[in-house]
Design a protein around this ligand. Structure first.
Ligand SMILES: Cc1cc2nc3c(=O)[nH]c(=O)nc-3n(C[C@H](O)[C@H](O)[C@H](O)COP(=O)(O)OP(=O)(O)OC[C@H]3O[C@@H](n4cnc5c(N)ncnc54)[C@H](O)[C@@H]3O)c2cc1C
Ligand code: SF4
Length: 526
Protein backbone atom coordinates (compact mmCIF):
# COMPACT_ATOMS: atom_id res chain seq x y z
CA UNK A 1 0.00 0.00 0.00
CA UNK A 2 1.01 3.56 -0.61
CA UNK A 3 0.80 6.27 2.07
CA UNK A 4 1.11 9.87 0.92
CA UNK A 5 2.76 11.99 3.61
CA UNK A 6 4.84 10.94 6.61
CA UNK A 7 3.35 13.04 9.43
CA UNK A 8 2.02 11.67 12.70
CA UNK A 9 -1.20 10.30 11.12
CA UNK A 10 0.78 8.40 8.48
CA UNK A 11 3.08 7.05 11.20
CA UNK A 12 0.09 5.64 13.11
CA UNK A 13 -1.28 3.87 10.03
CA UNK A 14 2.09 2.43 9.00
CA UNK A 15 2.93 1.31 12.52
CA UNK A 16 -0.32 -0.57 13.01
CA UNK A 17 -0.29 -2.21 9.59
CA UNK A 18 3.38 -3.17 9.85
CA UNK A 19 2.65 -4.93 13.14
CA UNK A 20 -0.39 -6.83 12.01
CA UNK A 21 -0.27 -7.17 8.20
CA UNK A 22 2.06 -8.52 5.54
CA UNK A 23 2.84 -6.67 2.34
CA UNK A 24 4.90 -3.70 1.31
CA UNK A 25 4.28 -0.26 2.78
CA UNK A 26 5.56 2.58 0.64
CA UNK A 27 5.51 6.12 2.03
CA UNK A 28 5.90 9.11 -0.27
CA UNK A 29 7.02 12.33 1.42
CA UNK A 30 7.61 15.61 -0.36
CA UNK A 31 9.96 16.96 2.31
CA UNK A 32 13.44 16.13 3.56
CA UNK A 33 14.79 13.90 6.29
CA UNK A 34 15.12 15.71 9.61
CA UNK A 35 18.35 15.70 11.67
CA UNK A 36 18.77 12.57 13.81
CA UNK A 37 18.41 12.66 17.58
CA UNK A 38 22.17 12.75 18.24
CA UNK A 39 22.44 16.12 16.44
CA UNK A 40 19.56 17.81 18.24
CA UNK A 41 21.45 19.04 21.31
CA UNK A 42 23.86 20.91 19.01
CA UNK A 43 20.99 22.28 16.93
CA UNK A 44 19.28 23.49 20.08
CA UNK A 45 22.47 25.26 21.10
CA UNK A 46 22.72 27.02 17.73
CA UNK A 47 19.06 28.01 18.06
CA UNK A 48 19.82 29.58 21.46
CA UNK A 49 23.09 31.21 20.33
CA UNK A 50 22.16 32.41 16.84
CA UNK A 51 18.36 31.98 16.60
CA UNK A 52 18.91 29.47 13.80
CA UNK A 53 16.03 27.22 12.74
CA UNK A 54 16.85 23.93 14.51
CA UNK A 55 15.00 22.05 11.77
CA UNK A 56 16.93 22.93 8.60
CA UNK A 57 15.18 22.32 5.26
CA UNK A 58 11.84 21.64 6.94
CA UNK A 59 9.70 23.25 4.27
CA UNK A 60 9.35 23.46 0.51
CA UNK A 61 10.35 26.66 -1.22
CA UNK A 62 7.74 28.03 -3.59
CA UNK A 63 5.01 26.24 -1.67
CA UNK A 64 3.44 29.19 0.12
CA UNK A 65 -0.23 29.19 1.05
CA UNK A 66 -2.58 32.13 1.08
CA UNK A 67 -4.54 32.28 4.33
CA UNK A 68 -3.85 31.21 7.89
CA UNK A 69 -1.47 28.27 8.07
CA UNK A 70 -0.47 26.46 11.26
CA UNK A 71 3.08 25.84 10.02
CA UNK A 72 4.91 25.52 6.73
CA UNK A 73 6.58 22.35 7.88
CA UNK A 74 6.75 19.61 5.23
CA UNK A 75 9.33 16.99 6.15
CA UNK A 76 9.70 13.41 7.36
CA UNK A 77 7.52 13.48 10.49
CA UNK A 78 5.54 16.56 9.41
CA UNK A 79 4.38 19.23 11.86
CA UNK A 80 4.76 16.93 14.85
CA UNK A 81 8.54 17.25 14.59
CA UNK A 82 7.87 20.70 16.14
CA UNK A 83 4.80 20.08 18.23
CA UNK A 84 4.33 20.69 21.95
CA UNK A 85 3.17 17.12 22.62
CA UNK A 86 0.00 18.17 24.49
CA UNK A 87 -2.46 15.30 24.17
CA UNK A 88 -5.95 15.72 25.67
CA UNK A 89 -8.85 13.73 24.26
CA UNK A 90 -12.02 15.24 22.84
CA UNK A 91 -15.07 14.72 25.08
CA UNK A 92 -18.16 12.59 24.25
CA UNK A 93 -20.18 15.76 23.45
CA UNK A 94 -17.85 16.60 20.56
CA UNK A 95 -19.22 13.74 18.52
CA UNK A 96 -22.92 14.68 18.95
CA UNK A 97 -23.15 18.46 18.73
CA UNK A 98 -26.29 18.44 16.61
CA UNK A 99 -28.27 15.91 18.63
CA UNK A 100 -27.20 17.29 22.02
CA UNK A 101 -27.00 21.02 21.35
CA UNK A 102 -28.70 21.58 17.99
CA UNK A 103 -25.58 23.06 16.35
CA UNK A 104 -23.18 21.75 13.70
CA UNK A 105 -23.22 18.14 12.56
CA UNK A 106 -22.98 14.86 14.47
CA UNK A 107 -20.04 12.61 13.69
CA UNK A 108 -20.87 9.12 12.40
CA UNK A 109 -18.96 7.68 15.37
CA UNK A 110 -19.19 8.24 19.10
CA UNK A 111 -16.52 8.80 21.73
CA UNK A 112 -17.11 5.20 22.79
CA UNK A 113 -16.32 4.00 19.22
CA UNK A 114 -13.00 5.82 19.42
CA UNK A 115 -12.07 5.00 23.01
CA UNK A 116 -10.01 1.86 22.23
CA UNK A 117 -8.10 3.83 19.59
CA UNK A 118 -7.44 6.68 22.03
CA UNK A 119 -5.84 4.10 24.33
CA UNK A 120 -3.85 2.69 21.44
CA UNK A 121 -2.65 6.15 20.38
CA UNK A 122 -1.63 6.96 23.95
CA UNK A 123 0.43 3.73 24.02
CA UNK A 124 2.15 4.39 20.69
CA UNK A 125 3.01 8.03 21.47
CA UNK A 126 3.73 7.35 25.13
CA UNK A 127 1.42 9.68 27.03
CA UNK A 128 2.03 10.69 30.63
CA UNK A 129 -1.16 11.77 32.33
CA UNK A 130 -3.34 12.00 35.37
CA UNK A 131 -6.86 10.60 35.38
CA UNK A 132 -9.24 13.48 35.96
CA UNK A 133 -12.58 12.94 37.74
CA UNK A 134 -14.22 10.16 35.70
CA UNK A 135 -17.42 12.13 35.04
CA UNK A 136 -15.31 14.80 33.34
CA UNK A 137 -12.53 12.63 31.95
CA UNK A 138 -13.93 9.22 30.95
CA UNK A 139 -11.33 6.58 30.09
CA UNK A 140 -11.33 2.82 30.47
CA UNK A 141 -7.65 2.29 31.37
CA UNK A 142 -4.89 4.25 33.09
CA UNK A 143 -2.41 6.27 31.04
CA UNK A 144 0.66 4.34 29.90
CA UNK A 145 2.86 6.54 32.12
CA UNK A 146 2.31 8.41 35.39
CA UNK A 147 1.69 12.13 35.01
CA UNK A 148 4.54 14.59 34.65
CA UNK A 149 4.94 15.83 38.22
CA UNK A 150 3.20 19.12 38.98
CA UNK A 151 5.67 21.89 39.69
CA UNK A 152 5.47 23.74 42.99
CA UNK A 153 3.86 26.63 41.07
CA UNK A 154 1.17 24.46 39.49
CA UNK A 155 0.28 22.90 42.82
CA UNK A 156 -0.30 26.41 44.25
CA UNK A 157 -2.34 27.39 41.20
CA UNK A 158 -4.43 24.22 41.54
CA UNK A 159 -5.41 25.28 45.08
CA UNK A 160 -6.31 28.74 43.77
CA UNK A 161 -8.67 27.47 41.02
CA UNK A 162 -10.29 25.10 43.53
CA UNK A 163 -11.38 28.21 45.47
CA UNK A 164 -13.26 29.27 42.35
CA UNK A 165 -15.05 25.87 42.32
CA UNK A 166 -13.03 24.51 39.40
CA UNK A 167 -11.42 21.08 39.36
CA UNK A 168 -8.19 20.91 37.41
CA UNK A 169 -5.62 18.21 36.85
CA UNK A 170 -2.34 17.68 35.04
CA UNK A 171 -2.55 18.09 31.25
CA UNK A 172 -1.59 14.84 29.51
CA UNK A 173 1.51 15.05 27.33
CA UNK A 174 3.39 12.79 24.92
CA UNK A 175 6.50 13.21 27.04
CA UNK A 176 8.16 10.50 29.04
CA UNK A 177 7.65 10.84 32.78
CA UNK A 178 9.71 7.64 33.03
CA UNK A 179 11.97 6.05 30.38
CA UNK A 180 9.62 4.66 27.72
CA UNK A 181 9.97 2.91 24.36
CA UNK A 182 13.77 3.18 24.51
CA UNK A 183 13.59 6.96 24.95
CA UNK A 184 14.80 9.07 27.87
CA UNK A 185 12.76 10.56 30.72
CA UNK A 186 11.78 14.23 30.33
CA UNK A 187 14.01 16.43 32.48
CA UNK A 188 11.44 19.28 32.32
CA UNK A 189 13.87 21.97 31.23
CA UNK A 190 11.43 23.39 28.74
CA UNK A 191 12.86 23.50 25.24
CA UNK A 192 10.16 21.27 23.72
CA UNK A 193 9.30 24.04 21.32
CA UNK A 194 11.16 24.12 19.05
CA UNK A 195 13.30 21.06 19.82
CA UNK A 196 13.67 18.31 22.40
CA UNK A 197 17.37 17.46 22.52
CA UNK A 198 16.97 14.07 24.23
CA UNK A 199 13.94 12.51 22.56
CA UNK A 200 11.75 12.52 25.68
CA UNK A 201 8.93 14.04 23.64
CA UNK A 202 7.38 11.77 21.00
CA UNK A 203 7.91 12.71 17.38
CA UNK A 204 7.03 10.57 14.35
CA UNK A 205 10.68 10.00 13.35
CA UNK A 206 10.92 7.50 16.23
CA UNK A 207 8.20 5.38 14.64
CA UNK A 208 9.71 5.71 11.16
CA UNK A 209 13.20 4.80 12.43
CA UNK A 210 11.87 1.64 14.10
CA UNK A 211 9.90 0.62 10.99
CA UNK A 212 12.90 1.25 8.74
CA UNK A 213 15.20 -0.75 11.02
CA UNK A 214 12.73 -3.65 10.82
CA UNK A 215 12.62 -3.23 7.04
CA UNK A 216 8.84 -2.66 7.18
CA UNK A 217 8.56 0.60 5.25
CA UNK A 218 10.20 2.29 2.31
CA UNK A 219 10.12 6.07 2.56
CA UNK A 220 10.63 8.02 -0.66
CA UNK A 221 11.65 11.49 0.47
CA UNK A 222 11.78 14.70 -1.59
CA UNK A 223 9.03 13.18 -3.72
CA UNK A 224 5.84 15.14 -4.24
CA UNK A 225 2.64 13.40 -5.31
CA UNK A 226 0.96 15.67 -7.85
CA UNK A 227 -2.15 13.65 -8.59
CA UNK A 228 -3.96 10.36 -8.08
CA UNK A 229 -5.35 8.59 -11.13
CA UNK A 230 -8.53 6.53 -11.12
CA UNK A 231 -9.28 3.51 -13.37
CA UNK A 232 -12.56 2.69 -15.07
CA UNK A 233 -13.72 0.72 -12.00
CA UNK A 234 -13.36 3.89 -9.92
CA UNK A 235 -10.35 2.55 -8.04
CA UNK A 236 -7.25 4.65 -7.62
CA UNK A 237 -4.63 2.88 -9.70
CA UNK A 238 -1.58 5.08 -9.29
CA UNK A 239 -0.09 8.09 -7.60
CA UNK A 240 1.88 10.27 -9.98
CA UNK A 241 4.79 12.08 -8.35
CA UNK A 242 7.87 14.13 -9.13
CA UNK A 243 11.24 13.94 -7.48
CA UNK A 244 12.47 17.32 -6.23
CA UNK A 245 15.99 16.23 -7.24
CA UNK A 246 15.37 15.34 -10.87
CA UNK A 247 14.31 17.72 -13.62
CA UNK A 248 11.02 16.72 -15.31
CA UNK A 249 10.19 13.01 -15.31
CA UNK A 250 7.24 11.62 -13.40
CA UNK A 251 7.36 8.69 -10.99
CA UNK A 252 4.45 6.29 -10.61
CA UNK A 253 3.43 4.47 -7.46
CA UNK A 254 0.96 1.60 -7.96
CA UNK A 255 -0.72 -0.03 -4.98
CA UNK A 256 -3.80 -1.94 -3.83
CA UNK A 257 -4.63 0.67 -1.23
CA UNK A 258 -3.85 4.39 -1.21
CA UNK A 259 -3.83 6.41 1.98
CA UNK A 260 -3.78 10.19 1.82
CA UNK A 261 -2.14 11.44 5.03
CA UNK A 262 -1.16 14.94 3.97
CA UNK A 263 -2.75 16.81 6.90
CA UNK A 264 -5.54 19.37 6.77
CA UNK A 265 -4.06 21.37 3.86
CA UNK A 266 -2.40 19.00 1.44
CA UNK A 267 -4.91 16.14 1.60
CA UNK A 268 -7.78 18.17 0.16
CA UNK A 269 -5.32 19.92 -2.14
CA UNK A 270 -4.16 16.63 -3.67
CA UNK A 271 -7.74 15.42 -4.23
CA UNK A 272 -8.61 18.73 -5.89
CA UNK A 273 -5.49 18.80 -8.11
CA UNK A 274 -6.29 15.24 -9.26
CA UNK A 275 -8.96 16.68 -11.55
CA UNK A 276 -9.44 15.30 -15.04
CA UNK A 277 -12.13 15.58 -17.73
CA UNK A 278 -13.96 12.74 -15.96
CA UNK A 279 -13.50 14.33 -12.52
CA UNK A 280 -13.48 18.08 -13.24
CA UNK A 281 -13.83 18.91 -9.51
CA UNK A 282 -11.13 16.51 -8.40
CA UNK A 283 -11.46 12.97 -7.13
CA UNK A 284 -13.49 11.72 -4.14
CA UNK A 285 -15.52 14.87 -4.62
CA UNK A 286 -18.97 13.60 -5.66
CA UNK A 287 -20.39 15.57 -2.73
CA UNK A 288 -18.57 18.77 -3.75
CA UNK A 289 -17.27 18.91 -0.17
CA UNK A 290 -13.54 18.31 -0.64
CA UNK A 291 -11.84 21.30 0.96
CA UNK A 292 -15.02 22.42 2.77
CA UNK A 293 -15.84 22.65 6.49
CA UNK A 294 -12.29 23.49 7.62
CA UNK A 295 -12.47 23.52 11.38
CA UNK A 296 -10.50 24.34 14.54
CA UNK A 297 -10.93 26.30 17.78
CA UNK A 298 -10.28 29.90 18.79
CA UNK A 299 -8.96 31.02 22.16
CA UNK A 300 -9.45 33.64 24.85
CA UNK A 301 -6.52 34.22 27.21
CA UNK A 302 -5.92 36.22 30.36
CA UNK A 303 -3.01 37.04 32.64
CA UNK A 304 -4.01 37.23 36.28
CA UNK A 305 -1.88 38.73 39.05
CA UNK A 306 -2.32 36.78 42.30
CA UNK A 307 -1.11 37.19 45.87
CA UNK A 308 0.87 33.95 45.58
CA UNK A 309 4.65 33.78 45.41
CA UNK A 310 5.57 31.81 42.30
CA UNK A 311 9.02 30.95 40.99
CA UNK A 312 8.61 30.95 37.20
CA UNK A 313 10.83 29.04 34.86
CA UNK A 314 10.44 25.36 35.73
CA UNK A 315 8.63 23.34 33.05
CA UNK A 316 6.65 26.48 32.17
CA UNK A 317 4.84 24.88 29.26
CA UNK A 318 3.15 22.28 31.47
CA UNK A 319 -0.36 23.26 32.54
CA UNK A 320 -3.40 22.29 34.51
CA UNK A 321 -6.51 21.41 32.50
CA UNK A 322 -10.23 21.10 33.16
CA UNK A 323 -13.06 19.68 31.08
CA UNK A 324 -15.68 21.15 33.40
CA UNK A 325 -16.87 23.55 30.69
CA UNK A 326 -16.63 20.99 27.86
CA UNK A 327 -18.94 18.48 29.52
CA UNK A 328 -21.96 20.76 29.80
CA UNK A 329 -25.67 20.10 29.25
CA UNK A 330 -27.78 22.03 26.74
CA UNK A 331 -28.45 25.55 28.09
CA UNK A 332 -32.01 26.59 28.78
CA UNK A 333 -31.53 29.90 26.93
CA UNK A 334 -30.72 28.01 23.72
CA UNK A 335 -27.23 29.50 23.49
CA UNK A 336 -24.22 27.31 22.82
CA UNK A 337 -20.86 27.57 24.59
CA UNK A 338 -18.24 24.93 25.29
CA UNK A 339 -14.60 25.48 26.11
CA UNK A 340 -11.65 23.85 27.78
CA UNK A 341 -9.70 25.65 30.50
CA UNK A 342 -5.98 25.64 31.11
CA UNK A 343 -3.77 27.38 33.66
CA UNK A 344 -0.01 27.94 33.46
CA UNK A 345 2.45 29.86 35.57
CA UNK A 346 3.62 32.94 33.72
CA UNK A 347 6.52 35.36 33.82
CA UNK A 348 4.44 37.99 32.02
CA UNK A 349 5.13 41.43 33.51
CA UNK A 350 7.49 39.89 36.06
CA UNK A 351 10.80 41.01 34.53
CA UNK A 352 12.88 44.04 35.56
CA UNK A 353 11.82 47.37 34.03
CA UNK A 354 13.15 50.89 33.63
CA UNK A 355 9.94 52.80 34.15
CA UNK A 356 7.57 52.52 37.14
CA UNK A 357 3.75 52.48 37.11
CA UNK A 358 3.70 56.29 36.69
CA UNK A 359 6.05 56.10 33.70
CA UNK A 360 8.90 57.77 35.59
CA UNK A 361 12.45 56.54 34.87
CA UNK A 362 14.02 54.39 37.61
CA UNK A 363 17.73 53.89 38.18
CA UNK A 364 19.99 51.66 40.30
CA UNK A 365 18.49 50.19 43.49
CA UNK A 366 15.10 51.56 42.58
CA UNK A 367 14.93 49.07 39.69
CA UNK A 368 15.81 46.19 41.97
CA UNK A 369 13.32 47.11 44.70
CA UNK A 370 10.54 47.61 42.11
CA UNK A 371 11.37 44.18 40.69
CA UNK A 372 11.44 42.57 44.18
CA UNK A 373 8.10 44.16 45.09
CA UNK A 374 6.39 42.92 41.95
CA UNK A 375 7.69 39.36 42.24
CA UNK A 376 6.18 39.05 45.73
CA UNK A 377 3.07 38.24 43.70
CA UNK A 378 2.68 35.65 40.96
CA UNK A 379 1.07 35.71 37.53
CA UNK A 380 -1.07 32.95 36.06
CA UNK A 381 -1.90 32.54 32.40
CA UNK A 382 -5.43 31.28 31.67
CA UNK A 383 -6.62 30.10 28.31
CA UNK A 384 -9.88 28.68 27.00
CA UNK A 385 -10.17 27.15 23.54
CA UNK A 386 -13.80 27.42 22.50
CA UNK A 387 -15.81 25.52 19.88
CA UNK A 388 -16.23 27.17 16.50
CA UNK A 389 -18.87 25.53 14.32
CA UNK A 390 -17.48 25.51 10.78
CA UNK A 391 -19.38 26.91 7.85
CA UNK A 392 -19.49 25.01 4.55
CA UNK A 393 -17.61 27.98 3.13
CA UNK A 394 -14.80 27.49 5.65
CA UNK A 395 -12.71 26.22 2.82
CA UNK A 396 -9.59 25.33 0.93
CA UNK A 397 -9.80 26.17 -2.75
CA UNK A 398 -7.31 26.11 -5.60
CA UNK A 399 -5.75 29.47 -6.34
CA UNK A 400 -5.27 29.42 -10.10
CA UNK A 401 -3.33 32.69 -10.00
CA UNK A 402 -0.49 31.14 -7.94
CA UNK A 403 1.27 27.96 -9.01
CA UNK A 404 4.12 25.77 -7.79
CA UNK A 405 7.13 25.00 -9.99
CA UNK A 406 5.30 22.11 -11.66
CA UNK A 407 2.40 24.33 -12.65
CA UNK A 408 -0.10 23.07 -10.05
CA UNK A 409 -2.30 25.72 -8.41
CA UNK A 410 -1.46 26.42 -4.78
CA UNK A 411 -4.14 26.25 -2.08
CA UNK A 412 -5.99 29.19 -0.61
CA UNK A 413 -7.45 28.88 2.90
CA UNK A 414 -10.32 30.78 4.49
CA UNK A 415 -11.73 29.80 7.86
CA UNK A 416 -15.35 30.92 8.30
CA UNK A 417 -17.70 30.46 11.25
CA UNK A 418 -21.16 28.99 10.73
CA UNK A 419 -23.87 31.62 11.41
CA UNK A 420 -24.60 30.21 14.89
CA UNK A 421 -20.93 30.67 15.87
CA UNK A 422 -20.52 34.06 14.18
CA UNK A 423 -23.61 35.37 15.96
CA UNK A 424 -22.45 34.05 19.36
CA UNK A 425 -18.77 35.08 19.10
CA UNK A 426 -18.83 38.34 21.11
CA UNK A 427 -21.04 36.82 23.82
CA UNK A 428 -18.84 33.69 23.95
CA UNK A 429 -15.66 35.68 24.46
CA UNK A 430 -17.29 38.01 27.01
CA UNK A 431 -18.65 35.04 28.97
CA UNK A 432 -15.19 33.46 29.10
CA UNK A 433 -13.64 36.76 30.20
CA UNK A 434 -16.34 36.93 32.91
CA UNK A 435 -15.22 33.50 34.14
CA UNK A 436 -11.60 34.69 34.25
CA UNK A 437 -12.68 37.68 36.35
CA UNK A 438 -14.55 35.43 38.78
CA UNK A 439 -11.49 33.17 39.07
CA UNK A 440 -9.27 36.16 39.76
CA UNK A 441 -11.68 37.42 42.45
CA UNK A 442 -11.77 34.02 44.16
CA UNK A 443 -8.00 34.30 44.69
CA UNK A 444 -8.01 38.04 45.56
CA UNK A 445 -6.25 38.60 42.28
CA UNK A 446 -6.72 40.84 39.31
CA UNK A 447 -6.97 40.26 35.58
CA UNK A 448 -4.15 42.28 34.02
CA UNK A 449 -4.98 41.81 30.37
CA UNK A 450 -6.98 39.56 28.09
CA UNK A 451 -6.61 38.69 24.43
CA UNK A 452 -8.36 36.59 21.78
CA UNK A 453 -6.50 35.35 18.74
CA UNK A 454 -8.10 35.42 15.32
CA UNK A 455 -6.66 32.15 14.02
CA UNK A 456 -8.17 28.73 14.64
CA UNK A 457 -5.79 26.31 16.29
CA UNK A 458 -5.29 22.62 15.52
CA UNK A 459 -6.91 22.99 12.12
CA UNK A 460 -8.71 20.03 10.60
CA UNK A 461 -11.49 19.16 8.18
CA UNK A 462 -11.67 19.43 4.42
CA UNK A 463 -12.61 15.77 3.86
CA UNK A 464 -15.16 15.33 6.62
CA UNK A 465 -16.52 11.91 7.49
CA UNK A 466 -20.19 10.94 7.52
CA UNK A 467 -22.66 8.20 6.68
CA UNK A 468 -24.27 10.05 3.78
CA UNK A 469 -22.13 10.38 0.60
CA UNK A 470 -24.10 13.53 -0.27
CA UNK A 471 -22.91 15.38 2.83
CA UNK A 472 -19.46 13.92 3.49
CA UNK A 473 -16.27 12.87 1.69
CA UNK A 474 -15.35 9.71 3.62
CA UNK A 475 -17.11 7.14 5.75
CA UNK A 476 -16.27 6.82 9.43
CA UNK A 477 -13.15 4.77 8.58
CA UNK A 478 -11.77 7.44 6.29
CA UNK A 479 -12.62 5.42 3.16
CA UNK A 480 -13.70 7.85 0.46
CA UNK A 481 -17.29 7.27 -0.59
CA UNK A 482 -16.32 7.47 -4.27
CA UNK A 483 -13.23 5.22 -4.45
CA UNK A 484 -13.18 1.97 -2.59
CA UNK A 485 -9.34 1.73 -2.24
CA UNK A 486 -8.71 5.38 -1.32
CA UNK A 487 -8.54 6.46 2.33
CA UNK A 488 -8.00 9.88 3.87
CA UNK A 489 -6.74 9.71 7.46
CA UNK A 490 -6.52 11.94 10.51
CA UNK A 491 -7.18 15.67 10.64
CA UNK A 492 -9.02 16.17 7.32
CA UNK A 493 -11.74 13.68 8.27
CA UNK A 494 -12.82 15.59 11.40
CA UNK A 495 -16.39 16.89 11.36
CA UNK A 496 -15.70 19.54 13.99
CA UNK A 497 -12.65 20.76 15.86
CA UNK A 498 -13.63 20.43 19.54
CA UNK A 499 -12.13 22.84 22.06
CA UNK A 500 -8.98 20.95 22.97
CA UNK A 501 -5.66 20.18 21.24
CA UNK A 502 -6.62 17.74 18.54
CA UNK A 503 -3.61 15.68 17.44
CA UNK A 504 -4.29 12.75 19.77
CA UNK A 505 -7.72 12.53 18.15
CA UNK A 506 -6.14 12.63 14.66
CA UNK A 507 -3.93 9.71 15.77
CA UNK A 508 -6.86 7.73 17.21
CA UNK A 509 -8.83 8.25 13.99
CA UNK A 510 -5.82 7.14 11.91
CA UNK A 511 -5.44 3.97 13.98
CA UNK A 512 -9.14 3.27 13.49
CA UNK A 513 -8.71 3.76 9.73
CA UNK A 514 -5.73 1.36 9.79
CA UNK A 515 -7.98 -1.32 11.24
CA UNK A 516 -10.27 -1.07 8.21
CA UNK A 517 -7.43 -0.70 5.67
CA UNK A 518 -5.82 -3.82 7.13
CA UNK A 519 -8.93 -5.94 6.47
CA UNK A 520 -8.08 -6.08 2.78
CA UNK A 521 -4.40 -6.90 3.34
CA UNK A 522 -2.99 -10.35 4.17
CA UNK A 523 -2.36 -10.88 7.87
CA UNK A 524 1.24 -11.31 8.97
CA UNK A 525 0.87 -15.00 9.77
CA UNK A 526 -0.90 -16.04 6.52
C1 LIG B 1 4.65 24.57 16.79
C2 LIG B 1 3.53 23.57 16.83
C3 LIG B 1 3.12 23.04 18.07
C4 LIG B 1 2.07 22.12 18.12
N1 LIG B 1 1.74 21.57 19.33
C5 LIG B 1 0.70 20.72 19.42
C6 LIG B 1 0.33 20.15 20.66
O1 LIG B 1 0.95 20.40 21.69
N2 LIG B 1 -0.75 19.32 20.69
C7 LIG B 1 -1.46 19.03 19.57
O2 LIG B 1 -2.47 18.32 19.68
N3 LIG B 1 -1.09 19.50 18.37
C8 LIG B 1 -0.03 20.34 18.26
N4 LIG B 1 0.35 20.82 17.04
C9 LIG B 1 -0.36 20.35 15.84
C10 LIG B 1 0.21 19.02 15.34
O3 LIG B 1 1.59 19.13 15.14
C11 LIG B 1 -0.51 18.63 14.04
O4 LIG B 1 -1.91 18.55 14.29
C12 LIG B 1 -0.09 17.27 13.51
O5 LIG B 1 1.30 17.11 13.54
C13 LIG B 1 -0.63 17.08 12.10
O6 LIG B 1 -0.22 15.84 11.61
P1 LIG B 1 -0.73 15.28 10.21
O7 LIG B 1 -0.24 13.90 10.11
O8 LIG B 1 -2.19 15.54 10.12
O9 LIG B 1 -0.12 16.23 9.09
P2 LIG B 1 1.33 16.84 8.80
O10 LIG B 1 2.15 16.86 10.00
O11 LIG B 1 1.08 18.12 8.08
O12 LIG B 1 1.99 15.81 7.79
C14 LIG B 1 1.67 15.75 6.44
C15 LIG B 1 2.92 15.39 5.66
O13 LIG B 1 2.50 15.03 4.35
C16 LIG B 1 3.41 15.54 3.42
N5 LIG B 1 2.66 15.74 2.16
C17 LIG B 1 1.54 16.46 2.00
N6 LIG B 1 1.11 16.40 0.72
C18 LIG B 1 2.00 15.62 0.06
C19 LIG B 1 2.10 15.19 -1.30
N7 LIG B 1 1.20 15.56 -2.20
N8 LIG B 1 3.15 14.40 -1.65
C20 LIG B 1 4.06 14.01 -0.71
N9 LIG B 1 4.01 14.40 0.58
C21 LIG B 1 2.99 15.18 0.97
C22 LIG B 1 3.88 16.86 4.03
O14 LIG B 1 5.14 17.21 3.52
C23 LIG B 1 3.89 16.55 5.52
O15 LIG B 1 5.18 16.13 5.95
C24 LIG B 1 1.41 21.72 16.94
C25 LIG B 1 1.83 22.23 15.69
C26 LIG B 1 2.88 23.14 15.63
C27 LIG B 1 3.33 23.64 14.29
S1 SF4 C 1 11.07 19.53 28.84
FE1 SF4 C 1 13.05 19.11 27.84
S2 SF4 C 1 13.31 16.86 27.97
FE2 SF4 C 1 11.16 17.31 28.37
S3 SF4 C 1 10.19 17.06 26.39
FE3 SF4 C 1 10.65 19.26 26.64
S4 SF4 C 1 12.64 19.52 25.68
FE4 SF4 C 1 12.36 17.31 25.98
Amino acid sequence: MCIIGSGISAAMVADKLALTRAGTIVVVESGDEMPPLDRRAALRQRFLDYDENPWPRDHLDGYEVEGPLQSRSMCVGGLAMHWGGVTPRFSPEDFRLQSQFGVGTDWPISYEDLEAHYLEAEEVLGVAGEQGPSEMDPRSKPFPMPMLPLTYNLSLLKDWVAKAGITMWSQPSAKNSVPYAGRAECCRNDTCTPICPIGAKYSPDFTWNALRRANRVQIHTRTLVRRLEVDERNRVERAVAVSRDAAGGEIEFRAKQFVVAGGYVWSSHLLLTSRTARFPNGIANGSGLVGKYLTGHRNVQAYVRLPIKLYPGINEQHSLVSKQFMRVPRRSDGRYLRHDLRVWESASGQGPRLRGDSGALMLGDEILSDWRRRTEQGVARLRAYYDVIPDRASELTLDTSRKNQWGDPLPKLAFRDAPESAEARAWTEDTIKGLFNEMARAGNGQVQRTQSDEFQDHPAGGCRMGSDPATSVTDSWGRTHDHENLFVVGAPTCVSGSCANATLTFCALSLRSAEEIGRSLPSKSS
